[in-house]
Design a protein around this ligand. Structure first.
Ligand code: F6R
Length: 241
């Protein structure tokens, strides 16, 4: 495990974008696992800036996103499909046909989850997975549970997660109660994992996940076993270490 300490959100976004850029330059047809939420927004903005300068080419890149809310159409402004278009895909030359996100509207839950696992397998796995960190230690929407999850699956979001995400919705009642997420196993199988974490509200989760025991109650703690895991965090997020 490698920890990169950045002084603030801008510096951490730049450091994370550098690592993703290196991946894209070294393997132009790489498979990037992508995340939504506020943590990676600055990283995406930096990648867009470098793309616009002509320093990056995403034309062969393939992407798989971690998760999607159940019941939100891809054009709903809080869906993760919409988030990815507006925060990244619409501003770079990635081929939309090469981007993948679980379908939160597909009626057959089991069929959709199996389809998504096949997408990941058919791509040959993930070269670099970008992650945020939940305040309760979740990765993707793999919430604290009695076991680490295997395969894409549907989860009931915890109240802590719905509460953390209500800032994007008019009220907590509008926050979906379920999501479909890549499994912890698939995240762990990515060849490289890069996590971005910012702000004092992530400090306890970082301490628990990376300086405590590996436990299903803190899903991110399993990353301690990953052979190529990098955490890029700002000083506030690292303040309890
Ligand atoms: C998003 C995701 C989540 C977030 C996490 C942190 O695709 O899978 O695990 O990364 O909830 O969210 P932010 O970055 O908004 O604090």
């Amino acid at each position: 495990m490698k920890i990169i300490s950045a002084k603030d959100y801008q510096a951490l976004s730049r450091a994370a974008a550098n690592i993703i850029s290196a991946q894209v330059i070294l393997k132009p047809s790489c498979v990037l696992g992508l995340a939504t939420g506020s943590s990676p927004v600055g990283t995406y903005q930096q990648l867009i800036e470098w793309y616009k300068k002509g320093d990056l080419d995403f034309s062969q890149v393939r992407t798989v996103n971690l998760d999607e809310y159940v019941g939100l159409d891809k054009d709903h402004d809080q869906s993760y499909a919409y988030f990815m278009r507006t925060n990244l895909f619409d501003h770079i030359n990635v081929d939309p046909a090469n981007t993948n996100i679980p379908d939160g509207m597909a009626p057959d839950e089991a069929e959709e989850c199996a389809r998504y696992d096949k997408v990941i397998r058919d791509l040959g796995g993930i070269d670099l997975q970008l992650l945020g960190l939940g305040v309760n230690g979740h990765i993707g929407f793999n919430e604290p549970a009695d076991a680490f999850s295997t395969g894409t699956h549907q989860v009931t979001l915890t109240e802590s997660t719905r509460d953390a995400n209500k800032r994007f919705f008019a009220s907590i009642d509008e926050v979906p109660t379920h999501a479909r997420t890549m499994g912890t196993r698939e995240i762990l199988q990515a060849r490289r994992v890069l996590m971005v974490a910012s702000g004092a509200n992530k400090a306890q989760a970082i301490k628990d996940a990376f300086f405590g025991p590996v436990t299903t109650q803190v899903p991110a703690s399993i990353l301690q076993y990953h052979p190529d895991f990098t955490l890029v965090a700002d000083e506030a997020a690292l303040s309890l270490l």
